[in-house]
Design a binder for this molecule. Structure first.
Ligand code: FAD
Length: 362
């Protein structure tokens, strides 16, 4: 959750990461209720995604192959989502042409990387909805309001810019050394970091766990945030762009919460392929606007796990190794367990917390 503002553009913000929460995010809703911010959620205005193909914005409907879709959908319910990759599952269940022209690019835009080899079950997980809550929502000041509210709680201490250099066993507990040399001691530790960082930190305390996490990759994403004066853009309101053959993976607009003076977009590119100015040029081409009209720009780096077929076996191996840390409980959570969504992260965090504090009084 990384809401960014721009110098000189008043209260205008754009999401550099997550942009939508849903009424199926049960753990998130419970947390927001507990800290008293659920009442502040803000509906997102409805808008459609468009495809970016051959240098043009086109509707998703126009790219679909309806006959293939209908004949393929019959197979979808018979396929084993837990065992198949995204390509195997959705390629068969939605049709190969639909997959390559529409759904493959759409799935790629969700996880900001090729989705073909991703485990199908990790892409979208059906979760029960709370019908009395808005179906899709943000916060008035963007989703970063949620972690900000959590960080402001009196019984939680948050240190930013405090990277952990090492984690080692320390007489029935853990010693944590920060990059600035500061040392901390804790009886229980949870790592909530990407898999490559977890691999490094687990080496001394749970080498068998590190053996599992070292086989999980990470995709790097260059995210470009652009803000424009409303009058400088002619492109119609939209949710964003799904790129079929362009240099970016996807774009998400801020049109879901209208601002009186500005519009904004986050364009996500595979990292390291284009120079910053080339990114701006590619984004402006897709928005029919001259780069000179950009009112403000920011560059951010995102990372997302690259899950592959066989991922569930790696997680089972990791969990077995973590369970054997017994007397000094150690947990690992994040967006590489059940799936990448915020609720998937929280579901894993909740189960790890229950395990970590099992047998400890309230
Ligand atoms: C562009 C984009 C759009 C998305 N949109 C949505 C959406 O609309 N809805 C949705 O549900 N999900 C969305 N997601 C997915 C979701 O936002 C993420 O998967 C989730 O927020 C990841 O949270 P996390 O805490 O597991 O990982 P991260 O946010 O990656 O957090 C890991 C943290 O570990 C820290 N760290 C790394 N090394 C160290 C160290 N040595 N010491 C201390 N700290 C360290 C990092 O600084 C980082 O803050 C989106 C993701 C992206 C990238």
């Amino acid at each position: 959750m990384n809401t960014q503002r721009f110098d000189g553009l008043e209260d205008f913000w754009v999401e550099a990461g997550s942009h939508s929460c849903f009424n199926s995010y049960g753990h998130l809703l419970t947390i927001m209720e507990q800290i008293g911010i659920l009442g502040q959620i803000q509906a997102k205005a409805k808008a459609s995604y468009r495809l970016w193909k051959g240098g043009k914005r086109i509707s998703i409907l126009s790219a679909l192959h309806p006959f293939e879709l209908v004949t393929s959908l019959i197979k979808l319910s018979r396929l084993d989502k837990e065992a198949l990759s995204v390509y195997e599952y959705y390629g068969k269940g939605l049709g190969r042409k639909n997959y390559s022209d529409v759904f493959g690019p759409a799935f790629r835009s969700v996880i900001c990387q090729t989705a073909d080899d991703y485990p199908a079950a990790a892409l979208f997980r059906k979760k029960p909805r709370r019908k009395e809550v808005l179906r899709s929502f943000t916060m008035p000041g963007g989703l970063a309001e949620i972690p900000r509210a959590l960080a402001a709680l009196e019984d939680i201490e948050v240190r930013v810019g405090a990277a952990v250099r090492s984690l080692s066993p320390d007489a029935g507990a853990y010693q944590i050394v920060l990059d600035n040399g500061e040392m901390l001691r804790a009886a229980r530790v949870t790592l909530a970091v990407p898999p490559d960082v977890a691999t490094r930190l687990l080496q001394e305390v749970a080498p068998a766990a590190a053996k599992a996490t070292e086989r999980i990759g990470v995709a790097e994403i260059d995210s470009l945030l652009l803000a424009f004066n409303r009058q400088d853009l002619t492109v119609p309101r939209m949710a964003g762009l799904i790129s079929v053959d362009g240099p970016f993976l996807s774009a998400v607009s801020r049109d879901f919460l209208e601002h009186p003076r500005y519009r904004g977009f986050a364009f996500h590119f595979p990292a390291g392929r284009l120079e910053p100015a080339q990114q701006v040029a590619a984004a402006c081409q897709a928005l029919d606007v001259a780069p000179a009209k950009v009112a403000a720009v920011r560059h951010e780096r995102n990372r997302l796990p690259s899950l592959r077929t066989g991922h569930w076996d790696l997680i089972a191996e990791l969990d077995r190794a973590l369970a054997s840390t017994g007397g000094s409980p150690l947990a690992v959570t994040g967006n590489w367990f059940l799936g990448v969504s915020i609720e998937d992260c929280l579901t894993r965090s909740h189960s790890e917390m229950s395990r970590l504090f099992a047998g400890v009084g309230q």
